[in-house]
Design a binder for this molecule. Structure first.
Ligand code: GLC
Length: 539
């Protein structure tokens, strides 16, 4: 009964499939490309891959606009390619997590095509249709996350508006309709039958909207330059109480299958509200994605406060998780700089809980500047100047130093970074001090040391630029010291605390004995295997 679910020990690796590896020279990554790289994934040591959407799609939002939930878009391959990939990953003990996009379909999905034919269509109620407000205005003030304009599109043929939380091309499904639920749960079963190990559920917290479609309130904290949709607080368009019922139903579908299938929810909320999505006893998801590290002020006290708050509000039995990057946010090496990106990687891999690693972050890849004529992301194009452009963090994976970086034999769909001569897998595999080696060493340490993958977490110190904590299990203890600053810091241990450095961001430190004092270099993070129990003091 209490068999440990695989995903608690796992490191999840997110693949943005358009940008991982192209196998047919069309400049866009595909399933056979991922297949070509399974040995790399295995070498790196990840336990699961989450693949962003690969379903047939007009690609208005690069796959997050699904036109058929149970097939593969030709740009990515075929169902047979998919089956082959799953098999190859499973043979290497790597699990497969698919992206499930239930909030909206593509406007080209046959369901929507049928729904818009007439008000009497049997699929009409599968979407959210409303009569115009006074003077033909949209039914309420809700704003699209993809544009900042109204989240309602007028359909001339039938004289009503339909709701789209994102693009006009992404009409929202009506999750209050039981037929929608049945159809979508069958989609889950379709992929579960094909052997997938779990789902990342896109924007799960938006599935249910206020039944009365009340206006959202003005956001008093909105500032000039913020994304335009932030002018309003999503009080009635997201995080509604009934959404938990749906998470529970999805969870029950997964429970029909053996082997601890994993349900992850994409939810942008502060930790206090986020943890309501945990579902022990099948009442919610296993892992509500915790994105807060991507937004925290990069100061030891702020980071420590976040970790402690999160640990404090986790329901009993809930398993934590941490995310440092994804296809919607600027890359960590751009947010924090290359040196602190290494420190952040140590943090991600030594906190309690399941880490999710975004492809390319293991190289320290930065956002790639995109010339205006190469810009592709519809969000960026519709909301210029507000930091909503996502192309820069979605650029192709640099595998080697060749002109197309080994990604494609054609023209890559997004430009490659100028620094790809050093920022590539082949170069970093030769360099033991590289970010790639650091990441791999961290993953190896997690696999070898249950105290780091599964152990307890306790704060040790926050002082000056240093943040320190201890991980422990069954008498084994590790201390993690992170210097978030760019000055060297001396760390004096309390009496009797000593050990050996087992990992450092700085080459040449491993194996050093620590007695009562350690010197942390600028931007250095170290992991120390502790000998005896005691406290630590940071000077
Ligand atoms: C999620 C995805 C994002 C997408 C949006 C609409 O936030 O991560 O990439 O644009 O949902 O599906």
């Amino acid at each position: 009964m209490s068999e440990q679910p695989w995903w608690q020990k796992a490191v999840i690796y997110q693949i943005y499939p358009r940008s991982f590896q192209d196998s047919n020279a069309d400049g866009v990554g595909d399933l056979n490309g991922i297949l070509d790289r399974v040995d790399y994934l295995s070498w790196l040591g990840v336990d699961a891959v989450w693949i962003s959407p690969i379903y047939p799609s007009p690609m208005a939002d690069f796959g997050y606009d699904v036109a058929n939930y149970i097939d593969i878009d030709p740009v990515f391959g075929t169902r047979e390619d998919f089956d082959r990939l799953v098999k190859a990953l499973h043979e290497r003990s790597i699990r497969v997590i698919l992206d499930f996009v239930p909030n909206h379909t593509s406007n080209m999905h046959p369901w929507f095509q049928e729904a818009r034919t007439s008000r009497d269509s049997s699929r009409r109620d599968w979407y959210l249709w409303r009569d115009p407000g006074p003077d033909g205005a949209p039914p309420n003030n809700w704003l699209s996350v993809a544009s900042g304009d109204s989240a309602w599109e007028f359909d001339r043929a039938t004289g009503q508006y339909y709701h789209h939380a994102f693009l006009v091309e992404q009409p929202d499904l009506n999750w209050r309709n039981p037929d929608v639920r049945t159809a979508m749960y069958d989609v889950l079963r379709f992929w579960l039958d094909r052997g997938v190990d779990g789902f990342r559920v896109d924007t799960i917290w938006r599935l249910i909207k206020d039944a009365a479609f009340r206006d959202n309130p003005v956001n008093p904290n909105y500032r000039e330059g913020d994304a335009p949709f932030r002018r309003l607080l999503p009080l009635y368009s997201a995080d509604q109480p009934e959404v938990h019922e749906i998470a529970a139903e999805m969870r029950h579908v997964l429970a029909e299958y053996p082997g601890h299938r994993l349900l992850i929810g994409e939810i942008y909320l502060p930790v206090q509200r986020l943890v309501a999505y945990y579902g022990l006893n099948l009442t919610g998801v296993h892992l509500p994605f915790n994105f807060n590290l991507m937004f925290v002020e990069w100061k030891p006290d702020a980071v420590m406060r976040l970790i402690q708050e999160y640990e404090a509000v986790l329901p009993v039995g809930a398993w934590p998780n941490w995310v440092l990057g994804n296809h919607d946010q600027p890359r960590v090496a751009t947010r924090l700089g290359p040196a602190q990106a290494r420190v952040a990687m140590v943090l991600l891999m030594t906190l309690r809980g399941t880490p999710t690693l975004y492809y390319g972050d293991e190289l320290g890849l930065k956002n790639v500047p995109i010339p205006p004529e190469r810009a592709r992301d519809p969000f960026g194009l519709k909301m210029p100047g507000t930091g909503q452009d996502r192309d820069a963090e979605r650029t192709p994976m640099p595998w080697d130093g060749s002109p197309s970086a080994g990604f494609t034999a054609g023209e890559p769909w997004l430009p490659l970074g100028q620094d790809r001569l050093i920022m590539n897998v082949e170069a970093q595999k030769r360099e033991t001090g590289s970010m790639l080696f650091l990441t791999r060493a961290l993953l190896k340490l997690r696999r070898q040391e249950p105290s780091i993958s599964l152990g307890d977490w306790a704060p040790l110190a926050v002082e000056g630029d240093v943040l320190a904590y201890v991980r422990s299990r069954d008498g084994q203890r590790f201390a993690v010291f992170l210097n978030l600053g760019s000055m060297p810091r001396a760390v004096r241990f309390g009496e009797d605390l000593g050990g050996r450095i087992v990992l450092s961001t700085h080459p040449g430190r491993i194996g050093s004995a620590i007695h009562d004092r350690a010197d942390l270099g600028a931007n250095e993070a170290v992991i120390v295997r502790l000998g005896r129990a005691a406290g630590a003091i940071v000077e």
